[in-house]
Design a protein around this ligand. Structure first.
Ligand code: GLN
Length: 454
């Protein structure tokens, strides 16, 4: 009730939610009944959860921020949603996002932007700005997001929250409306590292419905976070700093917060080690070929027949109906990326664009492998700037894309990443985040280190 009251109080300004559940209290009471009946429920039972609208739910519409899916009701729950319900988490509602998770500001939502609770004139990050804003504004204690190129971590950075992109394959993508299937990962957005770990423990692990799901048995992330909070895990920890990520590309206040965080790490016994990742500078370019290529294929299913919206064209052919529907149902950023993707995949250009981008992807994976032979984790500022103003970058896609500079390499390589708050920037007083990256399957390191520094 407290969270529903808070939503009623602030969401008119923040607009974190696209849909608020009308049966959250009933769901909470059902959890009480399960407990009373003697069911063993875990530590998060009864806790409200905000769900990014990219995840399908049977009891609330799932739009992925797009007009083409307005009012769409899924016949099944995403695996992460089903696991959350089974653990007694109480879905509060569906959160706003850039259309089909394309963006870094939530301004590309077909349903209007979300505002950053720290300053309502500024963006909450994207694409998962709704989940991060809901958590930052105390509308929800826990949220789920999706991260294809930074959409969990960058919103966490600009809203002073914690966001985790797990190892690729660590959390099921079944029921997550696909953007770029080889990059997408589902993960938590919360106010503390332990909260993220608790949520990750619930939603993670092998899922036979997802062909890329890892069969691994995962350790408890909550145990790792508790160990980090207690102990001296930073002593002797080798923290890599990428020498090719130049200070000059970062807002001075962001670079300064990052340096201060490194000093804290050092003061607690960590060793800061310079590592080389010479191909990181090509990551954004490679990503903006691979992502549109995969997205153009994934979005072909919105054909006016199988899902959602249909625009009638009297006397028109099937193709006329598809074309009119896609024209009316998709926003400008989605159309831009479909055109980029089909172009990059077209005969005669495939090798030059898509093929080259895949080679760059391999080189970035090798950069990580070399670096992790030397260090336990890599640290970077999570994003180059603090929250920019609504409208500031909307007409300049390239400058919007460059905001993903430090988050994208992890998706290209499949490695896990966490963003935790690293104080307010000295130049504009807005939240900043520090990102830690670990080798694939070593998500535990992120929880240990994150909780130790928090
Ligand atoms: N900002 C990135 C993009 O626009 C990240 C998207 C994401 O992670 N879903 O593609």
């Amino acid at each position: 009730q407290a969270h529903l009251d808070r939503i009623a109080e602030v969401d008119g300004d923040v607009h974190a939610f696209l849909h608020v559940s009308d049966h959250a209290l009933e769901a909470a009471e059902a959890v009480d009944r399960r407990r009373a009946a003697g069911e063993e429920l875990g530590p998060v039972a009864g806790v409200p959860l905000a769900i990014k609208d990219v995840l399908v739910t049977t009891d609330m519409p799932s739009t992925s921020g797009s007009r083409i899916l307005e009012g769409y009701m899924s016949p099944f729950d995403a695996t992460v949603v089903a696991r959350a319900r089974a653990a007694g988490l109480v879905p509060l509602g569906k959160t706003n996002m850039d259309e089909f998770a394309m963006g870094s500001s939530t301004e590309h939502s077909a349903y209007g932007p979300t505002r950053n609770p720290w300053d309502l004139d500024r963006i909450p990050g994207g694409s998962g700005g709704g989940s991060a804003a809901a958590v930052a504004a105390f509308e929800a204690p826990l949220a789920l997001g999706s991260d294809t190129g930074g959409s969990i971590r960058q919103p966490a950075h600009v809203t002073g929250t914690v966001g985790v992109k797990p190892t690729y394959g660590g959390v099921s993508r079944y029921g997550a409306i696909a953007l770029a299937s080889s990059l997408d990962q589902i993960g938590p957005v919360t106010r503390t590292v332990l909260d993220s770990a608790l949520l990750h423990d619930v939603v993670g692990g092998h899922d036979p419905h997802d062909a890329t799901s890892l069969a691994d048995a995962w350790p408890s992330f909550a145990a790792a976070a508790r160990e980090g909070a207690r102990g001296d895990v930073l002593k002797g920890l080798r923290v890599g700093v990428v020498k090719e990520l130049p200070d000059s590309g970062f807002q001075p206040g962001v670079a300064e917060s990052f340096r201060a965080a490194l000093e804290t790490l050092e003061a607690q016994g960590a060793e800061i080690v310079e590592v080389s990742a010479p191909h990181f500078e090509y990551a954004v370019a490679a990503y903006y070929l691979i992502l549109p290529a995969e997205a153009s294929s994934n979005l072909a299913k919105f054909d006016s027949v199988r899902f959602g919206m249909r625009v009638d064209v009297p006397g028109g052919t099937v193709e006329d109906v598809m074309s009119a529907t896609r024209d009316a149902g998709f926003g400008p950023e989605v159309k831009r990326r479909i055109i980029l993707g089909t172009y990059a995949l077209s005969a005669g250009y495939y090798d030059a664009y898509y093929g080259s981008a895949q080679k760059v992807r391999t080189l970035i994976q090798q950069d990580f492998a070399r670096a992790f032979a030397d260090v336990d984790v890599i640290a970077t500022p999570t994003a180059p700037t603090t929250a920019f103003r609504i409208g500031e970058k909307i007409d300049d896609p390239l400058s919007m894309y460059l905001n993903d500079l430090t988050t994208i390499p992890a998706n290209l390589a499949g490695v896990p990443g966490i963003s935790i708050p690293s104080g307010l920037a000295s130049d504009d007083g807005l939240p900043t985040g520090i990102q830690f990256l670990a080798p694939a399957r070593e998500d535990v390191r992120l929880y240990r280190v994150g909780a130790a520094l928090e």
